[in-house]
Design a protein around this ligand. Structure first.
Ligand code: FAD
Ligand code: NAP
Length: 341
């Protein structure tokens, strides 16, 4: 196994920032992962595990060892207690979208709404990835992770992951402690389409498709996403930069009174506001500060047009946060994590 020194992370982070890791290695097995951790311990190095690097803001060089998780393998087994269900387990380094397409090809349904989300299977539980009304907490049964404190592999039930909206125990209390090695999903033999999002429902209606297959749903979502979101290989980005804020009923009403077009949805005791709509209203869509910019087709996505740094993107993000706070009295929280912290 090779450890590279001063390794460029430009192609390992979807913003395409020019930063480097003091040391970097790829791991393809649990043994290699243990070997990498032993190397880090022997050299007294901090460790950062990366999958596809699509949910990060790298603001500078990373001291210590960056481990690129490339564990591979997909296992499918019948669920012994329910003939209509299938268990599909993906190793952490598997590409998420290819994993989703694999489940569909196998006739195991439930992940189709999560098509074309970049990154790896192992990072998906970190923020409970979600799109088009489905989150992985709705389909996951368990995951395995290497505990860096005990050195043992342990199993987490869905409940133990403490999933929330784009959140989990791995992003919060236990950040950095566990390295996820595999994730197991309980999927259905029969499709139960989730078509609550107007974008999906209306497109199928227009095409005269009343009962779409999982493949049709996946294909349509890929098409919509490709038309709205920048491809990180062409324009650096980390997807939605801000979480959608959840506010009280009273606060939503006060915003609605002066902004009748406000896009919002009931969420728990209050309402989720579409952060992209708030940002768009203030005229940020397409605005540029040097090479850091707000994407011109989707105000929730910040992009690197070439030579922007993580600091440039954060400066732009702070200006947007201030503007949204001043105008709507709503605090926007940044979704991707920043390294070095
Ligand atoms: P990375 O960016 O490599 O890592 C993210 C975090 O997880 C880091 O803190 C890292 O240390 C940690 N991590 C990674 N792997 C492991 C592991 N095996 N064990 C422990 N910790 C680990 N997200 C959504 O939820 N929904 C979307 O619809 C969506 N759309 C996107 C569209 C675009 C164009 C882009 C660029 C991003 C989008 N994202 C979306 C965000 C991102 O794709 C997801 O969060 C994805 O799960 C990140 O995976 P990754 O492998 O790239 O993680
Ligand atoms: P959209 O369909 O234009 O909807 C705008 C916002 O309204 C979304 O943020 C979504 O919230 C919310 N919304 C729409 N219909 C809803 C419904 N029926 N019930 C509840 N909430 C509803 O959004 P988009 O920007 O094109 O993205 C489509 C999906 O992909 C969304 O789910 C989005 O979260 C996901 N996505 C995520 C990222 C990321 O990096 N996290 C990047 C791109 C796309 P939610 O965001 O809570 O779903």
């Amino acid at each position: 196994m090779e450890f590279f020194e001063n390794y460029s992370l430009k192609s390992s982070n979807s913003f395409g920032f020019e930063v480097s890791a003091e040391f970097c290695c790829s791991v393809t097995s649990l043994n290699e992962l243990r070997e990498a951790l032993a190397f880090a311990e022997s050299q007294n190095l901090d460790v950062l595990v990366l999958g596809g690097g699509s949910n990060l803001i790298l603001v500078g060089d990373i001291a210590g060892l960056v481990i690129l998780n490339r564990l591979s393998g997909i296992e499918v087994e019948a669920d012994l207690s329910d003939a209509g269900k299938v268990r599909v387990t993906g190793a952490a380094g598997e590409n998420w979208h290819e994993f989703v397409r694999h489940t569909i090809q196998y006739g195991a349904y439930g992940l189709e709404n999560l098509s074309l989300i970049p990154g790896t299977v192992g990072a998906a539980p970190m923020q409970n990835i979600g799109a088009y009304g489905v989150e992985i907490k709705d389909r996951m049964v368990s995951l395995k992770a290497l505990d860096r404190v005990t050195g043992k592999v342990c199993e987490f039930s869905t409940e133990a992951c403490e999933f929330g909206y784009r959140d989990s125990v791995f992003k919060q209390r236990d950040a950095g402690r566990y390295i996820i090695t595999e994730v197991c999903f309980l999927l259905s033999r029969e499709i139960n389409p989730v078509l609550d999002y107007a974008g999906l429902r209306d497109r199928f209606k227009a095409q005269g498709i009343a009962e779409p297959t999982a493949l049709q749903i996946s294909d349509l979502i890929c098409e919509i996403r490709q038309s709205k979101l920048p491809d990180p290989l062409e324009i650096g980005n980390a997807g939605s930069f801000f979480k959608n804020p959840v506010v009280s009923i009273a606060k939503r009403q006060s915003i609605l009174d002066s902004n009748p077009g406000l896009v919002s949805f009931p969420e728990g005791e209050g309402y989720k506001l579409a952060a992209g709509w708030l940002i768009d209203q203030l005229g940020w869509k397409g605005r540029r500060q040097g090479d850091a910019a707000v994407y011109d087709k989707q105000a929730l996505v910040l992009v690197n047009h070439g030579a922007a740094t993580g600091e440039d993107i954060l400066r732009l993000a702070r200006a947007i946060q201030d503007d949204v706070l001043n105008h709507f009295n709503v605090a926007l929280e940044i979704e991707p994590r920043t390294f070095p912290e």
